[in-house]
Every structure is written in C-alpha cells, then in structure tokens.
Write a protein that binds this ligand. Sequence first.
Ligand code: ZN
Length: 316
Amino acid sequence: MAKSGRKVKKSYKLIIFYSLYIIFALFMSYVCINNFFKVKNINIKNGYLKSEYKALGKEYKVRNMINSETADEIKDIVNIDTVTKETKANVFKLAQTAEKRIKEGKTNYKIAYITFDDGPYYLTNKVLDTLKSKKVKATFFLIGRGKEKCYDNAGFDCTTMYAKEAAAGHTLANHTYSHALSFSPYLYGSTSEFINQVKKQEQLLLDKTGVKTNIVRFPGGSGSAGRLRTDMINNLKANGYGWVDWTAQDGDGGYVPSRDAAWNTFTSSINENIEVILFHDYADVTYSILGDAIDYLERNNYILLPLFYESVMVNK
Ligand SMILES: [Zn+2]
C-alpha cells in the first residue's frame, strides 16, 4: 500500500510537471506568434508609408514642384497637405479672435499682414530666407504672365516658386494672371476681362500647387478700376473671392532714392492697430530693410500673420 501510494504520488507530480510544461510551451508559442504578426504589421505599415510617400513625391514632380531649390522642402509640402492645413485653420481662428479683441480695444497687441505683390521673382528666394530666419509667414499676391523665366534671372523658372512659397506656409493670393497695368490696357476695360484674368491665375496656382486662392488684390489697388470698381467687386464676391488693398508701405512700387527713404516711408506709414503692408519682392530696397522692418513691427507689439479669407482686412 505504501509502495503504490508513493507511485500515485510520483505520477501525480509528473502530471503537474507536464501540465505546467505544456502551459509554458503554449504561452511561449503565443508570444512568438504574436510578435511575428506585430513585426509583420509594422513592416506592412512602413512599406505602405514609404510607397505613399513615393507616390506623393511623384505627384509633386508631375506638378513641377520639385527642383534643386525646393527638393529640401518636400517634407513640408507633404505636411502642408495634411498636418499644416489643420494647424493653419487653428491659427486663423485664433487670429480672428485677436482681431476682434484689438478692434474692441481689449489688448495691447496689434497685427501686421506683410504682403508682396507681382511675384514671384528670383529675389523671392532671398525674401523667403529672411522670412524663414525670422519665423514670419507672409502673403504673396501672385501673377502668372511671363513667369516661366524670372524677370531678374532668365535662366530660372519662376513658376517653381509658387510651390516653394506654399511649402513654407505663406498665403498664396491672386493678383490676376497678366497684371495688365504694364502688359495690357484692357484689364479694367471690362468686368468680364478682369474676372477672366483672376480665374486664369486661380487655375495656374491650383495646377502648380494644389492651393485654391480666395483673396484678390487689384493691380494698382482697387482705385485703379475706376468706374467699374463696384461692378468688379460685386463680381469677385459672386465668385467667392475677398479682396484687399493696403494700409502701409515703403513706397517700393515707385521710385525710392535710398534705403533710408524706404525705411522712413515704411516706419511713418505704420500707425494702425491692424496693418496690411504692401511690399514688392522684386525690390532690392525692400529686401534690404525686410529684416529690420520685421524687428521694428515686433518691437512695436505687432503679431505678424499671413492673410486669410475671414480676416477683417479682407473685404467680402
Ligand atoms: Zn501689382
């Protein structure tokens, strides 16, 4: 009895041992299989992202968006279409609140919208560098005619600059395709011709950047439209566009005798709580004061922002 009792005890121990062994083996198999699928999933995900990234790159290449100067911005371009769209929307929401508080006199902060007309130019590259180093976003009122060759560097295709501006997070805006004041006397001859030139430029910017513009600046300012001004404004509105003139400038649209003259014109024109500043990115004199102008505005409590459709400064 005693002997068989020990035997039973021994086999009982063995059963427990083997059971534990099987449970352990099953557990280890589970861990291995699970890890295998986890790794596989990650690989699939990375592979997918990689191919998606490649596809995006290809698409942008087709759109003529990559050249030696914009290649390093590809990451930002991808960002602009995904993350930054949301970020921008949030910034503009805050900016609207800020504008409201400024108008109600509830804050000491002010807002300045720096804008550049008639571009892009080759000099725009340097302007973008300054804006980047100062961490400032601006607005570019762009034209299209003759931009396949930069006016200030015929060997460079200025239409590649639209994408570079968009990639850097600036606002792209519409200054009509031909600008007309210098190219064609007919822009302000009829409202339909004016709207056609706006639409042509809208399509060009959409093709080159995927950005749909919704802010217009009249070439020469809205006053240049003369007797058709109201009719043109109504038509812009009917087409979903806002429009904006300017409240400050450095005079670079005309003859500026010196850097000091530009600086004096600029500083004496800054006197509103919300300013829309007119510059031209073809003007060396403006490029020469740009860094200082940004510092001056920030010292004087201005927040520098890119324009957006909902801004109180955009007429609609
Ligand atoms: Zn202009």
